[in-house]
Design a protein around this ligand. Sequence first.
Ligand code: GP9
Ligand code: MN
Length: 429
Amino acid sequence: DQDQLKPVLNFIHHNYAGPNVQYEGVAKGKNIFVIHLESLQQFMIDYKQDGQEVMPNLNKLYHANDTLAFDNFFHQVGQGKTADAEMMLENSLYGLPEGSAMVTDGTTNTFQSAPALLHQKLGYTTASFHGDVPSFWNRDNAYKSFGYQYFFSKEYYPKTKDYDAGYGMKDKIFMKESAHYIEQLPQPFYAKLITVTNHYPYILDKQNKDIQPWNTGDDTVDPYVQTARYLDESLGEFLDYLDKSGLRQNSVLILYGDHYGISNNHQPAIAQILHKKKVTNYDLAMFQKVPFMINMPGLKGGIDHTYGGEIDVLPTIEDLLGISSKNYIQFGQDLLSPERNQIVPFRNGDWVTPKYTKYNGDYYYTKNGKQITKATAKQKKEFSKIQKYVTTDLGLSDRVVNGDLLRFYKLPGFKKVDKKDYTYNLKKS
Ligand code: GP9
Ligand code: MN
């Protein structure tokens, strides 16, 4: 009941970080594109192969004057992978320590998610696009709970020859065909496009491979660079479309990598890719960085070094739109807020801060990667203070999800989402 919410509300209010006046409300009324870059890691930004950029379109966006890019932004997913990333971006709630919250709780729980909030507060039309079957990660149910008005899954796309690779439609076809639906959405809209081709095992047809694979000798890692290049090309084509259609002018683009593509089981290959002799737990922690960028015509851009992660995205978007997250039950902090604590919890309880990093039980100085083998009494105190925050943050988010606590939380001016308002079925003609 209500009482269960008390510790949650205390924690959230205590850790609320107010907006940055320079950025508050600057995206008001703009269309929002959330572009989910499957398995894309931050090290791929500006990465070169034989002197050639692997992802020229993304790099250009990363360095553009009207892009805010974050170079200390981490994924925070657990076993739910993509679904955990979606959970965090739509709700600023963590995925669960095991399994996928979107699967176990997505159908039944009450949520106060981005699509519902943006629709109710600002009149946004909301749609998610993904070239896989609608039931994957229980999206077809969870999206209704989140209040998505439209879900364009694979069945909405024409079945052309060889349109599939691996987990779903090839990104270029997906992006191109999505445009037909995007054009019909009443503006302003909140549209999420979930790519998939750059997904393990990185399958791609020959004519779409425009770059040589890596040569680490680890077959599961080597083709990653080829699907990443293909993802970049699909993004380039999509940006072209946005420019030509004029949509770019009144839209904000939010791009993010959902999680690592190359797991820690491939350390010799990782070392080669990073041009190192061997990797430490510190390197592996930093290897969990993923791209996060905000692009909008006229935005005061630059590369922001604040430490943050996926949990922080929704409060950031809310402040850009000028809707305060002060009264929301959300566990992140606006990435642009000057009041951030910059503690980045990983789902397993490890963490990164600007000063220290804890990963697989080892402690490091974040700035230089030097291991702390003998912590001083003062450092031990600092570590346990950070750990307490991390454990509480994750634990309380889990309580909200496991206990379906949002059903007890009355948000002023917000109407509870009714799943029955949504059907994503294609009318059979
Ligand atoms: C499939 C896709 C993959 O629809 O989103 O999810 P992942 O395996 O990355 O969690
Ligand atoms: Mn994924």
